[in-house]
Design a protein around this ligand. Structure first.
Ligand code: NAD
Length: 460
């Protein structure tokens, strides 16, 4: 068995993860392959206009691309050449048939399993990097190690042993490179057999070049698969919990930032992930919680399913509440008013707009016939694509131009430079009374009020 590594899927997970693995394992060849030729071309672009934005990513790619990291569309060649195969393809929420709106759509994952089986010529370790429902590894093993189907063309599977591990990724977009270089923990789940133990060790060796051994945790496969879903559900639940308190703060005169500070001072709770805001976004939280809901339902655990579903409902409610409060503050009519959304990415330091709260807010405003202008330093390309069906939306790179003539600004993403903008200049260019709804509580509200703005915050 050789030490070469391939990751199938060159997305937000495959690209950065393999770039860091290549950086920290200069003696290994690392390949990243994808069916999307455009994406691979972007990863290979001479001017490093990579398909995703992550702080620090370009520097790592500059260091390793062409040295021991290679991006390609040649899936067959890579599977033949590499004996450790990570699978990082997308597993979105299924939108049709059984489990629609809840379960994971596993078609990309299954297609990948079949490709691996078709092209493999010797024993392989297959590592689930994608987030998958519990017991997916069993299905993967069944496909990979199952007999050759009658007339199944090109299958070289017979006699080849595939060992399936789960190595879910815990990085957060926006801090992906830092999270990969200094992970809180790396989780590797595998079968409790001799082959499983060897395969686990082979993957431990990849990470042990830079991750302290005590942070590399090994479990059985099912625990690893479930842990990823549970970890994201816990994080999402904290966001929904503090947002549920935020509404109560607005109604009672309490201040959610003060409440969160004191709650978080309790060592059992801790201060992180207790920031009230517009709700969580990103490709993972909603999808993974829905997946958990579906699993609970499948096993007859209906009360647990309802409990987790509440986390999603609370999140949706938060964006509806933002628009309702704005509506009330703007004299119960939004039609024909201009509203500028500052930030469209689901959080700062990423261009990713999947499930972004700003998308929901933009659509709710469009329903009210608002003229929406969106500005964002990294996410305008994605914003244009996401809202292509809305006609009355404009896109503006320059924040000052976006604010010109606007009745209100809704700050949706906590880009670091927003508090440092010239808010006097912005105020002067807006229609009066000018309102700022800071859904991230990151602007100096007292200063804005001094300038003349009306200011709304979440949870205050
Ligand atoms: N984005 C994150 O922050 C994050 C974090 C942890 C885990 N994950 C999980 O990682 C997985 C991938 O997420 P992502 O955000 O990187 O998705 P993505 O959509 O950015 O990338 C997936 C890539 O897989 C490719 N692909 C699909 N089918 C293929 C096939 N048969 N052969 C080759 N390539 C194929 C797609 O073309 C795409 O480029 C998901 O399961 C997700 O839940 C994502």
């Amino acid at each position: 068995m050789n030490r070469n590594i391939v990751c199938i899927g060159a997305g937000y997970i495959g690209g950065p993860t393999m770039a860091v693995i290549a950086k920290m394992n200069p003696d290994r060849k690392v390949m990243v392959v994808d069916i999307n030729a455009e994406r691979i071309a972007a990863w290979n672009s001479e001017d490093y206009s990579l398909p995703i934005y992550e702080p620090g990513l370009v520097d790592v790619v500059k260091e390793v691309r062409g040295r021991n990291l290679f991006f390609s569309t040649d899936i067959e060649g890579a599977v033949k050449e590499c004996d450790i195969i990570f699978v990082g393809v997308n597993t979105p929420t299924k939108m049709f048939g059984r489990g629609a709106g809840r379960a994971s759509d596993l078609q990309y994952w299954e297609a990948t399993a079949r490709e691996i089986k078709r092209f493999a010529e010797c024993d392989k370790i297959v590592v689930e990097k994608s987030t998958l429902p519990v017991r997916t590894a069993a299905a993967m093993e069944a496909i990979l190690n199952g007999g050759r189907g009658e007339g199944e063309e090109g299958t070289k599977g017979s006699g080849i042993q595939f060992t399936v591990l789960s190595n879910p990724e815990f990085l957060a977009e926006g801090t992906a490179i830092k999270d990969l270089l200094e992970p809180d923990r790396v989780l590797i789940g595998g079968p409790q057999t001799d082959a499983g133990a060897k395969a686990i060790q082979a993957v431990v060796d990849i990470y042990a070049t830079w991750v302290p051994r005590e942070r590399i945790l090994t479990t059985n496969v099912w625990s690893a698969e479930l842990t990823k879903l549970a970890a994201n559900a816990f994080l999402a639940q904290r966001v929904s919990s503090i947002n549920a308190i935020a509404g109560l703060c607005e109604a009672t005169g309490a201040d959610v930032d003060e409440v969160a500070r004191v709650i978080g001072a309790d060592g059992r709770i801790g201060p992180k992930f207790l920031k009230a805001g517009p709700g969580f976004g990103g490709s993972c939280f909603k999808k993974d919680v829905l997946n958990l809901v579906y699993l609970c339902e499948s096993f007859g655990l209906h009360t647990a399913a309802e409990y987790w579903m509440g986390v999603i409902r609370m999140n949706q409610h938060q964006q509806e509440r933002i628009v309702s409060r704005l509506f009330a503050a703007m004299f119960n009519t939004l039609a024909n008013k201009k509203i500028a959304l500052f930030g469209f990415a689901f959080k700062a330091d990423t261009g990713d707009t999947r499930e972004t709260p700003a998308g929901t807010v933009a659509r709710l405003l469009a329903e009210e016939h608002v003229r929406v202008t969106i500005t964002d330093p990294k996410a305008l390309v994605n914003a244009r694509r996401d809202l292509a069906d809305l006609s009355d939306v404009t896109y503006e790179e320059d924040e000052y131009k976006a604010a010109e003539g606007a009745d209100a600004i809704i700050l949706m993403t906590d880009w670091r430079h927003y508090p440092t903008l010239d808010w006097n200049r912005i105020y002067d260019s807006m229609r009066k009374p000018a309102l700022v709804f800071d859904t991230r509580n990151c602007l100096a509200a007292a200063e804005l009020r001094k300038i003349g703005f009306r200011v709304l915050n979440v949870g205050k």
